[in-house]
Design a protein around this ligand. Structure first.
Ligand SMILES: [Zn+2]
Ligand SMILES: [Zn+2]
Length: 317
């Protein structure tokens, strides 16, 4: 499907803009170093004190909200417009995605639209094949695609070029302006719930650690696995110009996003897991939204296009 005129990148604007050094340093801390440190701390903490059922429930609920928010909201709705939905649901999905602390929706969508245009070629912000195909080069490329690009990239995708449609949306602009508060909420929310549930400061602190900090670190690494693992390993039953692939464990953790091969063949399709046995909980939820009349104009897979994209003599994986 051709993009609607108001979502087409503006050819008069530059595709990328320079990132100030201070901002790159912030990306290094928030997106690369802090999640790694937190995961390293989580191992001895889980070993020594364990994770109580209360903190586990809070962390798992936050995880589902975040991953659905990124998969359905940031990715399928705002970046690819694979369906339309009512305003309260749009705002809720944007908020759920924002709580994942992966940046404002305009920035996320701008980088991702550029990824689709140049996938695994010159210009892709995060291709694992950037340094070559030999063992060490590929390992270095995977690290780059996973988190390295956040810090090493001197230029970011320009929002006025890639997401003029989102910048024209007053709800999105308000959300972007409120983004620091959304980040704070991502940590305050589990803390308050843990405190009220246990009626103790101790309970608030341990919920902040497991439901806030460790959860954000896990959500990040799970999301970035689509960029690193699902462009490297796995099977490719559909013809695409890139190395996008299907990886079952990534698909399970990302609630459907790891069925990445069909997604690159047909980016505006609301369902990514289209073959037999490819569970896609995000698509299932969009279907429920459609049945409840909260969503419409859903781009479901077209059987003719599925056949047309399908490579011959390949199994379903
Ligand atoms: Zn991709
Ligand atoms: Zn995409």
């Amino acid at each position: 499907m051709a993009p609607s005129p108001d979502s087409r990148p503006d050819q008069r604007t530059a595709e990328t803009v320079t990132v100030p050094t201070g901002r790159r340093a912030a990306y290094l801390v928030v997106l690369v170093v802090l999640p790694a440190v937190l995961l390293a701390l989580a191992v001895p903490a889980a070993w020594g004190w364990g994770v109580g059922p209360r903190d586990l429930v809070i962390a798992v609920v936050m995880y589902f909200v975040n991953i659905f928010g990124i998969a359905i909201g940031y990715h399928r709705l705002f970046t690819h417009r694979s369906f339309r939905c009512r305003r309260p649901l749009r705002i809720a999905l944007m908020l759920a995605g924002g709580l994942a602390v992966e940046g404002p929706v305009t920035l996320w969508a701008a980088e991702h639209r550029r990824h689709h245009k140049y996938a695994d070629r010159e210009g892709d912000p995060h291709s694992p094949w950037r340094y070559g195909e030999s063992g060490l080069a590929l390992l270095r490329g995977m690290a780059h695609a996973h988190v390295g690009w956040f810090y090493t990239a001197r230029r970011r995708s320009s929002r006025s070029h890639w997401v003029p449609d989102l910048l024209a949306d007053p709800d999105v602009r308000r959300f972007d302006a409120a983004y620091p508060a959304v980040v704070a909420l991502s940590f305050v929310l589990p803390t308050v719930v843990g405190g009220l549930w246990s009626m103790s400061w101790q309970g608030a602190l341990s919920a902040l650690f497991w439901g806030g900090l460790v959860r954000y670190a896990v959500v990040h690494h799970v999301t970035w696995s689509v960029n690193s693992v699902s462009h490297t390993f796995g099977d490719r039953p559909f013809a695409t110009r890139d190395r996008s692939s299907n990886v079952r464990w990534v698909a399970m953790l990302t609630l459907g996003e790891g069925w990445h091969n069909w997604h690159h063949a047909e980016p505006t399709c609301a369902r990514h897991g289209v073959l037999r046995g490819q569970l896609d909980p995000s698509a299932r939820l969009i279907r429920w939204f459609e049945l409840a009349n909260w969503a419409d104009d859903v781009h479901w897979p077209n059987p003719h296009r599925l056949t047309a994209h399908r490579l011959p003599h390949r199994s379903d994986g």
